[in-house]
Design a binder for this molecule. Structure first.
Ligand SMILES: Nc1nc2c(ncn2[C@@H]2O[C@H](COP(=O)(O)OP(=O)(O)OP(=O)(O)O)[C@@H](O)[C@H]2O)c(=O)[nH]1
Ligand SMILES: [Mg+2]
Length: 219
């Protein structure tokens, strides 16, 4: 027979995570590194947006990436093709990164060798919202192909977002989705700022980079 007791696991895990995240943030600040936590739906375009960001910013800043995924090698290879160091973090079965994963990923890395760190989180609109990684800005990416009710179905993550990116607007007419509705919904959920993009057509990428620059200069 098992004894049933009242163990509040979730609370402890989140408290410990907040503690490690604040240590990560102190470390980043000490080294002058600006960190972006790029969260969002599976296949919404997180890696594509990071690849564009690397191309547009690598002349000005030294960039590094953490590619977090259940199997991280695919995205890390894509990022590395742009000539930046990438640390793959394969979570196995975990559906989000936590601050401890990030702490370990950076153990053997020279923190003086880069100024900007992109962390691609595992594709998921639920659990990543609970786990601070020590970043300076949270970005949430969705695309029109998830359906234009996706934002209202996952309000918590959009509430935490410093920026929501509604991507793949080029295919909105073909999937019967309204990118404008998604924009309005993200604002109503509390997202600080929202942009519409198409990585395929290059639309909105200037706004994407201008958001990144504003965070980098503000930290
Ligand atoms: N039509 C269209 N396709 C896009 C756009 N952005 C990305 N894609 C395609 O969507 C697919 C997924 O893009 P990724 O960048 O891998 O998406 P992701 O969010 O990183 O995916 P996961 O890491 O697997 O969750 C790829 O085939 C991209 O080429 C876009 O703006 N328009
Ligand atoms: Mg990806």
């Amino acid at each position: 027979m098992h004894k049933v007791s009242d163990v509040k696991m979730g609370q402890d895990i989140l408290r410990i995570n907040r503690h490690i995240a604040s240590e990560n943030r102190e470390l980043f600040d000490r080294h002058g590194i600006t960190v972006f936590n790029v969260m969002g739906a599976i296949g919404s375009g997180k890696t594509c947006l990071i690849e564009h960001a690397i191309e547009m910013l690598k002349g000005e800043y030294r960039i590094a990436c953490i590619a977090g995924d259940v199997v991280a090698s695919y995205d890390s290879e894509r990022m590395a093709r742009h000539g930046v160091p990438v640390i793959p973090v394969s979570t196995g079965k975990e559906c989000h990164l936590d601050a401890h994963f990030v702490e370990h990923a950076l153990e053997d890395v020279d923190l003086a060798s880069f100024d900007v760190l992109f962390i691609e989180n595992v594709g998921n609109l639920i659990c990543p919202a609970d786990f601070d990684l020590g970043e300076h800005a949270k970005v949430v990416v969705v695309s029109v192909s998830e359906g234009d009710d996706i934002v209202l179905k996952h309000p918590v993550i959009f509430k935490t977002a410093d920026l929501t990116v509604v991507n793949k607007v080029d295919i909105a007419p073909y999937v019967g989705a309204s990118a404008e509705k998604m924009h309005k919904d993200a604002v109503s959920c509390g997202s600080s700022s929202v942009i519409l993009t198409s990585c395929r057509k290059g639309e909105g990428l200037a706004s994407w980079v201008s958001f990144l620059r504003s965070v980098i200069k503000g930290t």
